[in-house]
Design a protein around this ligand. Structure first.
Ligand code: GDP
Length: 324
C-alpha cells in the first residue's frame, strides 16, 4: 500500500514542490486546505487529495489526521512574510507558533490509537536572527528579530519537546532562504525577478528596494523539499540545518538578476528607506555539514543559475500575460 503524507501549506511554494516530490516517490498525498475558494488549490496536481482543516482549529486537525491516517505529516503552513509578522503579530503567533502545538496534539491523540505518524516541522533560519556565530549550525543559539522568528522558535522547541517527552518521531528542518519561480511576490528574490521582467518588457522603469546590504544564504526550493523527506526516513529523529553554506547580498542578487536580462541595475533600482524593517537580520549563512554527512543531501542549483531561472520564468510569464 502507498505511504500517505499530509501536508499543511500545500498551496505555498514549498508545499507544491514537496507534493510533486512525494507523488514521484509513490506516496498518496493529502493537502490540508481551509476550504474557502483559493485559485492556488485549483493549480495543484490533480492526484492530490484535499482535506479540510485549519491550523487555528484544534478539532479540525484531529478530524483531518483521523480521516487521512497519514504515515508522515509535513507542517509547512505559516504566516511566513517577516514584515507582515510585525503588522499581525498575534495572528503570526497563532498560526506559525500555536499551529505547531495543535498539529502535534492531533498527532499525539491519533497515534495513541495505533500506528506511528512521523512529523516534520518547517523551522527557519530567521530563528538565528542577530546571529551569535557564523556559519549557523544545529546548536547555534537563537536570537530571533521578528514576531515571525519568535513564533518559529516556539514551534521548534515544542517539536523537540514532543520528541523528548513523548518519544514521537518529530523533527525540525532549519531551512535557510529557498527560492524558485513559485516564490511569493513579496519576498525579495521574486520581487527582483518580477521587477527585472517588467523593466525588460517596458512595463516599468524602476524597482524600489529596502536594505541592499542584508546577506542571505539563498538556495533552490526544489532541492530543499528533498531534505524534508529525507529527514523522516532516517533511523533517529534529529534536527538539521539546510542551506548552501554561501551568502550573497541583496545588492549581489540585484546585479545577478539585471545581468541575466542584459540590463544595468544602477539605472533602475531605487533604495527606499521606508522599506527597511524595524529590526533587521543582517547575515544568515548555513553550515549544512550534518545534512550532507547524515542525509547525503546536497544543493544542486548555484545562486546565479537560480536567479537566471527566476528572471527567465517571469519574462515568460509576463509576456504571456500571466498572473504572478
Ligand atoms: P526573509 O529573510 O524571510 O525576511 O526574506 P525576504 O526575501 O523577505 O528578505 C530578505 C532580505 O532582503 C531582508 O534582509 C530584507 O530586509 C531585504 N530586502 C531589501 N529590500 C527588500 C524588499 O524590497 N523586499 C523584501 N521582501 N526584502 C527586502
Amino acid at each position: 500500500m502507498a505511504r500517505r503524507a499530509l501536508i499543511t501549506g500545500i498551496t505555498g511554494q514549498d508545499g507544491s514542490y514537496l507534493a510533486e516530490h512525494l507523488l514521484a516517490e509513490g506516496y498518496e498525498v493529502w493537502g490540508l486546505v481551509r476550504g474557502q475558494s483559493n485559485p492556488r488549490v485549483a493549480r495543484l496536481p490533480k492526484d492530490i487529495h484535499l482535506v479540510r482543516g485549519d491550523l487555528l482549529d484544534q478539532g479540525s486537525l484531529i478530524s483531518a489526521v483521523e480521516r487521512v491516517r497519514p504515515d508522515e505529516v509535513y507542517n509547512l503552513g505559516a504566516i511566513s512574510f517577516v514584515p507582515m509578522s510585525w503588522e499581525q503579530a498575534e495572528l503570526t503567533a497563532e498560526v506559525t507558533g500555536m499551529g505547531v502545538l495543535r498539529m502535534l496534539e492531533a498527532i499525539r491523540v491519533c497515534s495513541s490509537r495505533g500506528g506511528e505518524i512521523r512529523f516534520y516541522q518547517a523551522s527557519s533560519s530567521e530563528m538565528f536572527g542577530q546571529v551569535r556565530e557564523t556559519p549557523q549550525t544545529e546548536v547555534t543559539p537563537f536570537h530571533p528579530r521578528s514576531p515571525y522568528g519568535v513564533a518559529k522558535a516556539y514551534g521548534h522547541f515544542l517539536t523537540q519537546n514532543y520528541r523528548e517527552s513523548y518519544g514521537m518521531y518529530a523533527v525540525s528542518g532549519i531551512l535557510f532562504n529557498h527560492e524558485s519561480p513559485r516564490r511569493g511576490a513579496e519576498f525579495v528574490t521574486r520581487k527582483v525577478s518580477l521587477g527585472v521582467a517588467r523593466i525588460k518588457l517596458g512595463l516599468a522603469t524602476e524597482l524600489r528596494l529596502g536594505n541592499l546590504e542584508a546577506r542571505r544564504d539563498w538556495g533552490f526550493a526544489g532541492d530543499y523539499v528533498r531534505a524534508m523527506h529525507l529527514m523522516l526516513q532516517v533511523g533517529k529523529p534529529e534536527d538539521y540545518v539546510i542551506g548552501t553554506g554561501r551568502t550573497q547580498s541583496v545588492r549581489e542578487l540585484v546585479e545577478a538578476a539585471f545581468t541575466a536580462a542584459d540590463l544595468d541595475w544602477e539605472r533602475h533600482v531605487i533604495a527606499d528607506q521606508s522599506l527597511h524593517r524595524p529590526a533587521e537580520v543582517d547575515l544568515l549563512c548555513a553550515d549544512p555539514k550534518k545534512a550532507r554527512t547524515q542525509l547525503g543531501w546536497e544543493p544542486t542549483v548555484p545562486f546565479e543559475e537560480l536567479v537566471a531561472m527566476m528572471v527567465e520564468s517571469d519574462l515568460r510569464l509576463l509576456s504571456e500575460g500571466g498572473d504572478p
